[in-house]
Design a protein around this ligand. Sequence first.
Ligand SMILES: N[C@@H](CCC(=O)N[C@@H](CS)C(=O)NCC(=O)O)C(=O)O
Length: 340
Amino acid sequence: MFRKVISGALVALGGLWLVTSAAGAATLDDVKSKGAIQCGVNQGLPGFATTNDKGEWTGLDVDFCRALAAAVFGDPAKVKFTPLSAKERFVALQSGEIDVLSRNTSWTMSRDTAQGMNFAGVIYYDGQGFMVRKSLGVTSALQLDGATICTNTGTTTELNVADYFRANKMKYEVVAFEKSDEVVQAYNSGRCDVYTTDSSGLYAQRLKLTNPDEHVVLPEIISKEPLGPVVRHGDDQWFDIVKWTLFALINGEEMGIDSTNADQMKESQNPEIRRFLGVEGTFGEGMGLGNDWAYNIVRKVGNYGELFERNLGPKTKLGIARGLNALWSNDGLQYAPPIR
Ligand SMILES: N[C@@H](CCC(=O)N[C@@H](CS)C(=O)NCC(=O)O)C(=O)O
């Protein structure tokens, strides 16, 4: 109760000092009274979060926030985007400046525990890779002894590089920047031999280079980078909503419910589909939402497969295959618990 009232402060209660979340515990109430969800996204990562020529935000992480707005308000437009650098993102979440962080953020133990955050799940299974100029003639990361490496500060990337080079007894020099456009510029201008980041980021950033075809991504993937939406510790209801929005995207694809057939699927006699669409049961109510929460997500934004194809798939400039991000039933890792 007191957490709701006093926000962003250290509160003394019976001699105990407790850190309260800046936005208070009831994020859903805050969001409803603001009339929109404040969503932290990347400052510009094609396929994940970037603005198009009309100035509209697009990308997988952006669509996730639209799905969240569809679940909460029945309206995917009720979301505002806050572009954040890697370094700024966690402070923005903890301070209450944003309600959810949807910014190619890797789920790691320290972030999930000591840093006071909860990961809703994995929207994109990624791993760290290396990109080099083809003219270097390098075909494996194991040939990078003595290389100068460009990367982003405030990310998991620097630590992974350190581990990898140490494990393989290779020397290297890191040149790190806060903004990814600075990294791209430094690599593009030849200030470093190697660009390292999440492999999805390499696909995306390669598009910004002067001659993308002159660069090659090396085969080694040196880490696990499970990227997912993040909330603050201390608000289970909001955590549930963010988690189940992700699960609805995945379950929607698994059940074959998409933005084009959701209305007609309401006639289905399959009990699982009926529960998903809110025709039967009161599953939305359990989260403080309407029972059509998942219907709204899939009907108005799409299912996970649609989001992937639209933003990252073979028909886009990024041309990323589903790979690990295929559904579990198609030999991938995407799996969501049932609505039951
Ligand atoms: N997934 C990693 C890396 C995330 C990250 O910030 N990657 C860089 C390179 S793809 C990026 O998004 N830069 C864009 C920016 O900082 O604006 C993490 O969570 O630490």
